[in-house]
Design a protein around this ligand. Structure first.
Ligand code: ATP
Ligand code: MG
Length: 433
């Protein structure tokens, strides 16, 4: 019986994993320039941490959680997102304390789990790069963090992006707006999808986020939340757009955009790929916003927050759509060809000496003939090949061949062990100058 991976998951194999490593390293370099530091939280989390943050009536909590009771009868879930766990750790470790930099800027990367219907760019185990900023009410934080997301994509060479922003205002603004929205939607109730009929009662703003085509038609003429913002909230949003303008950042305002998590207020944003070759229906690659009440909700002192998460899988789709190639060639410096069983131990010693000298070395393990071993060396792009036969072994010598030029020299085995770099430089320099 041969198994296949669980539905909605992927194995990431050599040849593809280099792209992941590249994306991760670009993220680390980018976030570092903005003074963000990494945190790593557990892959599983208390169910309550997620349900209280993300919201009980959201799709994530009501339908998509991988939750279970452990052997100690604790209600546990695989984490569906990163913000709630990071807020939990922020409160638990008192990262709001005076010894920590304010605002506290942090990032995470890793797998998230949601029981969704898998399709292109939608998996059950997927990977996010996310960032959070705690302790700044300054709209410059909103803008800086959005700029950092755009910067990350720019570093990857991604060009066709649309930054979409909106404001959800304060909790009070949303109450007023909620009523206006219910008043608007109620006459259409029968025409809404079953899910949205439920949302209309439990969490009407969620109807705006529906992916159902009929729902989408109905919400086209829904009242705009931006008309229901208090003066303060409007002024805050105005500052955000003024700063974006001042930095010459292009953006679109979409007053119908809400987010799939309940903890947001004021600024929210999404980044969409507009690459002509983008595959599939989903084009949102990054999403986030402000969440000023969340730290308090999870038992910490009132602390404003702002963050985003972006999908690694969707970043890969975007790279493909933009035709960006990530270099992932393997380069072997030295391949050691050993001929005859008597050379087995010395060959082992040789590759170890070469590796000790800081070079990438490989050898044959399958007793292949010289021709086969040279073929492998070529496939691996080996710069030099060292050939050791039984005669050479007896004489303490080895042939070293520079593959590009075909130039071959004989060197002492002892010299290779003692200072491989010197021998390597000699043969490489003699032909490459
Ligand atoms: P969507 O509307 O596409 O379901 P979302 O609003 O649920 O997205 P968030 O929870 O805000 O997404 O997550 C942020 C980012 O994480 C998304 O923009 C996307 O890149 C990625 N993401 C979310 N869910 C998945 C998934 N199931 N598979 C792959 N990537 C995902
Ligand atoms: Mg979703």
């Amino acid at each position: 019986m041969a198994y296949q991976k669980p539905k909605g998951t992927a194995d990431i194999l050599p040849g593809a994993v280099e792209k992941w490593q590249f994306i991760e390293s670009v993220a680390r370099e980018t976030f570092k320039r903005y003074e963000f530091h990494e945190v790593r939280t557990p892959i599983f989390e208390h169910y309550d941490v997620i349900s209280r943050s993300v919201g009980d009536t959201t799709d994530i909590v009501s339908k998509e959680m991988y939750d279970f009771y452990d052997k100690g009868d604790r209600h546990i879930t695989l984490r569906p997102e990163g913000t709630a766990p990071v807020v939990r750790t922020f409160v638990e470790n008192k990262l709001f304390g005076p010894e920590f930099q304010k605002p506290f800027k942090t990032y995470y990367m890793g797998p998230m789990f949601r029981y969704e219907r898998p399709q292109a760019g939608r998996l059950r185990q997927f990977h996010q790069l996310g960032v959070e900023v705690f302790g700044s009410e300054n709209p410059a934080t909103d803008v800086e963090t959005m700029l950092m997301a755009l910067d990350f994509y720019k570093q990857l060479g991604i060009k066709h992006l649309n930054l979409v922003i909106n404001s959800l205002g304060s909790k009070e603004d949303r109450e007023t707006y909620r009523q206006a929205l219910v008043d608007y939607l109620t006459p259409f109730k029968e025409n809404l999808s079953a899910d949205s009929q439920k949302r209309l009662v439990e969490n009407p703003l969620r109807v705006l986020d529906s992916k159902d085509p009929k729902d989408k038609e109905i919400v086209v003429n829904a009242p705009s939340i931006l008309d229901y913002l208090s003066e303060e909230s409007s002024a805050f949003f105005k500052q955000v757009t003024t700063m974006l303008d001042a930095l010459n950042v292009e953006y679109t305002i979409d007053h119908r955009m809400v987010r799939g998590l309940d903890y947001y207020n004021h600024t929210i944003f999404e980044i969409m790929s507009e690459a002509p070759g983008f595959e599939g229906a989903i084009t949102t690659i990054c999403a986030g916003g402000r969440y000023d009440g969340l730290v308090e909700e999870l038992g910490g002192p009132a602390t404003p927050g702002f963050g985003f998460a972006l999908g690694v899988e969707r970043t890969l789709i975007t790279l493909d759509a933009e035709g960006i190639e990530i270099p992932c060639e393997t380069e072997v410096d030295a391949y050691v060809v050993g001929l005859g069983e008597a050379t087995n131990i010395e060959t082992l010693k040789l590759v170890q000496s070469i590796r000790d000298a800081g070079f990438v070395a490989e050898r044959d393990f399958l007793n292949r003939k010289a021709k086969g071993q040279f073929k492998t060396a070529n496939k691996l792009n080996a710069k030099v090949v060292l050939t050791l036969g039984e005669t050479e072994l007896a004489e303490g010598k080895i042939q070293m061949k520079h593959m590009a030029s075909g130039k071959q020299v004989e060197v002492n085995l002892a010299d290779v062990h003692e200072n491989f770099k010197k021998q390597y430089d000699l043969v490489v320099k003699s032909v490459e100058g």
